[in-house]
Write a protein that binds this ligand. Structure first.
Ligand SMILES: NC(=O)c1ccc[n+]([C@@H]2O[C@H](COP(=O)([O-])OP(=O)(O)OC[C@H]3O[C@@H](n4cnc5c(N)ncnc54)[C@H](O)[C@@H]3O)[C@@H](O)[C@H]2O)c1
Length: 247
């Protein structure tokens, strides 16, 4: 129970990696605001699982591409619990295409959610964290942000950008005892990667020294560590959770 009495916001946590993060933070004792961009039902279902574990949970509709949603999210959590200890910027999308075919709206949509969405959330949460002189911000980047990927120029730019955001915010907020770190997952089967065929998955696994794709829970474990007092002296770092693919 490393996170007893802590409060956490996890964006895009109605499914996939975000859901695993929300459940793991609750396992560690945190009360969690579960956020969904559109349908609140998915968030409600995850919130119910958290309440079953004995922690408090809020289900909140929050599209990170809308500043008003983000501001309302922060207000709802502060109104309910009086503080925000942990922010996990997990919400993300892909709109893959080859460079020559990529439309501006595919570029803009991915940058707006994955990168600007994190900026909106960090900006909105810092006033509360600075006042409390404590905070943990964890950004979910990707190995694609470190090594690139054909067909994902927009996604790679957003995930590399998140690493720059992480390091800059870490430097800016360190004096207020707020740490900012990133996790960079490898390939994790979720709705986002559902188009991967078995053939492609088999080829990917050949490039992974640990010989398997990851699980959402593997990412959640790294996020829980960075959220906890065990990571008090770590800031501005990127933990790569990819079975050894990038080293
Ligand atoms: N699955 C992988 O292999 C992998 C690898 C590296 C990084 N990631 C990153 O992990 C994060 C979670 O991805 P996932 O694999 O669980 O995919 P997913 O598609 O299952 O989950 C993405 C979540 O983000 C939410 N979301 C999308 N647009 C949003 C918006 N505008 N506002 C708020 N929420 C929004 C979705 O509703 C969903 O809950 C993403 O940032 C993704 O880029 C995933």
């Amino acid at each position: 129970m490393r996170l007893k009495n802590q409060t956490a916001i996890v964006t895009g946590s109605s499914r996939g990696i975000g859901e695993a993060i929300a459940l793991r933070l609750a396992d560690e004792g945190a009360n969690v605001a579960v956020c969904a961009s559109r349908s609140i039902e998915g968030a409600e279902a995850v919130a119910a699982k958290i309440r079953d574990k004995g922690q408090e949970a809020l289900a909140i509709k929050a599209d990170v591409s809308l500043s008003e949603d983000v501001d309302a999210l922060i207000k709802s959590v502060v109104d309910a619990w009086g503080k925000i200890d942990i922010l996990v910027n997990n919400a993300g999308i892909t709109r893959d295409n080859l460079i020559m075919r990529m439309k501006e709206d595919e570029w803009d949509a991915v940058l707006d959610v994955n990168l600007k969405g994190a900026y909106r959330c960090i900006k909105a949460v810092t006033r509360t964290m600075i006042k409390a002189r404590t905070g943990r911000i964890i950004n979910v980047s990707s190995v694609v942000g470190l090594m690139g990927n054909a067909g994902q120029i927009n996604y790679a730019a957003s995930k590399s950008g998140l690493i720059g955001v992480t390091k800059s915010a870490a430097k800016e907020l360190a004096s207020r005892n707020i740490t900012v770190n990133a996790v960079a997952p490898g390939f994790i089967p979720t709705d986002m990667t559902s188009e991967l065929t078995d053939d492609i998955a088999a080829k990917l696994i050949e490039q992974i020294p640990l010989g398997a794709l990851g699980k959402p829970e593997d990412i959640a474990a790294a996020v829980a560590f960075l959220s906890s007092p065990d990571a008090n002296y770590i800031t501005g770092q990127v933990i790569v959770v990819d079975g050894g693919m990038v080293m």
